[in-house]
Design a binder for this molecule. Structure first.
Ligand code: TYD
Ligand code: ZN
Length: 427
């Protein structure tokens, strides 16, 4: 994603869910580069574009939103993010396919459409269950990868206009999926209109998003980056869908990506009853302070605590002659490093399994990205676990590193050092 010219960015004025404009300021991280804009080492760093990064919370519907929206063509047309080839995610995708099939009686031949289908891995699970599939994803290179996998993909952003086109050419959808894409969409009203239009009367829209309650409770402030325009609770999503002839019918909490929810949405004239789980989770949101300013003030405080204690710990280790590297080059890692003001002087390299990231440097911090093999051959004393959402999988996989005396620094929900003996607080 090399940028030829300064990209357009717009300040958020009214709430994309309820139209309100009574915003509580939450955090402001200043101008930060785009989290998936991995640079070729030769790129002139001075030209690296930076955009304001901050979060506000709508006091009417409690949507947490970025303060600024970067043009989606800049963010997604040439996209580096490919779905992780990890056991956690592969298992999760199989689980989602089975869950949707069982819960909504999807039969063979059912038509499944996915927005933000990336390389088509999730849709392939549905195809393997005998369903007809169609992906919609604006990242042109990724649509080609999906086609190689045999998953037909329209190289576009999902919208009401695209929904109409799909309905005309392919018919209505029994299942529409949006996994970790809804939070990336500015005009969610237009997408909701498209969903209503494309859904079969008895169809279901399954939307999976990081759960704002988990983000708040575990201080996952690094999930704030320019792609994540919205941070949702069930109450806020219900408000959105109610406005567009849709209804939240069920919800499940999930452990992936630091805590997520999959929300099932039907047409308001559809056959589905609202499951009591929906009311229970909305009550939980009220109980944990989702509708109170103080909750968001605490997120800002814990972000500050993590940022300063992480920077202090890493600088101390480096000055004691320890070698520190990063484990994983996720987008959120770039927020963590930029906000903590850690760079190539402290972090020797990061390893990542994604081929597209190798040989590049991280945006902002300019730490070089290496292969996992490089990490094995040059193990640091400490790995900062930037991909903390895979902590269990990674710590199990890196047993040998730990047994040899290596340690992991896990940044959230608080800075923790993990050795072969297990986790301890900061040394
Ligand atoms: P991801 O969790 O998708 O995060 P984000 O949405 O913040 O970009 O990305 C995880 C990154 O971590 C991805 O680049 C792959 C990498 N990774 C490893 O390098 N090793 C691993 O064992 C795992 C599970 C992930
Ligand atoms: Zn609102």
């Amino acid at each position: 994603m090399e940028l030829e010219e300064a990209a357009p960015v717009q300040e958020v004025v009214s709430c994309r869910v309820c139209g309100g404009s009574d915003w509580q300021p939450v955090v402001s991280f200043g101008p930060v580069p785009l989290a998936n804009n991995f640079l070729e080492a030769a790129t002139s760093y001075a030209d690296e574009p930076r955009f304001p990064l901050g979060v506000i919370s709508c006091r009417a519907c409690r949507l947490m939103s970025l303060t600024h929206v970067v043009d989606p063509d800049v963010l997604y047309r040439k996209y580096f993010y490919v779905t992780s080839d990890s056991r956690t995610i592969t298992d999760h995708m199989r689980y989602v396919a089975g869950l949707c099939k069982e819960q909504f009686d999807l039969s063979e031949g059912a038509f499944v459409v996915e927005m933000g289908s990336n390389t088509g891995e999730q849709l392939a699970e549905f195809r393997d269950l005998g369903m007809r599939t169609l992906g919609v994803d604006p990242a042109r290179d990724l649509a080609a990868l999906a086609a190689e996998r045999g998953v037909e993909t329209l190289p576009d952003f999902f919208s009401a206009a695209i929904a109409r086109r799909i309905k005309k050419e392919y018919g209505t959808a029994q299942l529409l999926l949006g996994r970790h894409v809804f939070a990336h969409i500015d005009d969610v009203a237009d997408v909701a209109v498209g969903v209503r239009e494309l859904l079969d009367p008895a169809g279901v829209f399954a939307v999976e998003v990081p759960y704002a309650v988990d983000m708040l409770e575990r201080s996952e402030f690094d999930t704030i980056y320019h792609e994540h325009l919205s941070y949702f609770g069930v109450g806020t999503l219900a408000e959105l869908f109610d406005r567009h002839g849709l209804r939240v019918i069920d919800v499940q909490r999930l452990s992936v990506h630091g805590g997520s929810i999959i929300v099932f949405v039907g047409r308001d004239d559809g056959p589905w009853q609202v499951h009591p789980r929906v009311h229970e989770l909305r009550k939980l949101e009220a109980d944990v302070g989702f509708y109170e300013d103080g909750t968001y003030e605490r997120l800002a405080e814990s972000a500050e605590t993590i940022r300063t204690s992480l920077a202090e710990l890493v600088r101390k280790l480096v000055s004691d002659g320890k070698r520190v590297a990063g484990y994983g080059a996720p987008a959120k890692g770039n927020t963590m490093l930029c906000v903590s003001e850690l760079g190539a002087n402290e972090i020797e390299f990061v390893t990542d399994t994604t081929a597209q990231k190798h040989g590049r440097v991280l945006p902002g911090s300019h730490v070089p990205v290496r292969t996992p093999e490089y990490g094995k051959a040059n193990p640091p004393d400490y790995y900062l676990l930037l991909a903390w959402n895979y902590a269990d999988e990674i710590i199990e996989k890196e047993r040998a590193f730990l047994e040899a005396g290596g340690r992991f620094i896990v940044p959230v929900p608080e800075v923790t050092v993990v050795s072969a003996e297990g986790p301890g607080r900061m040394p």
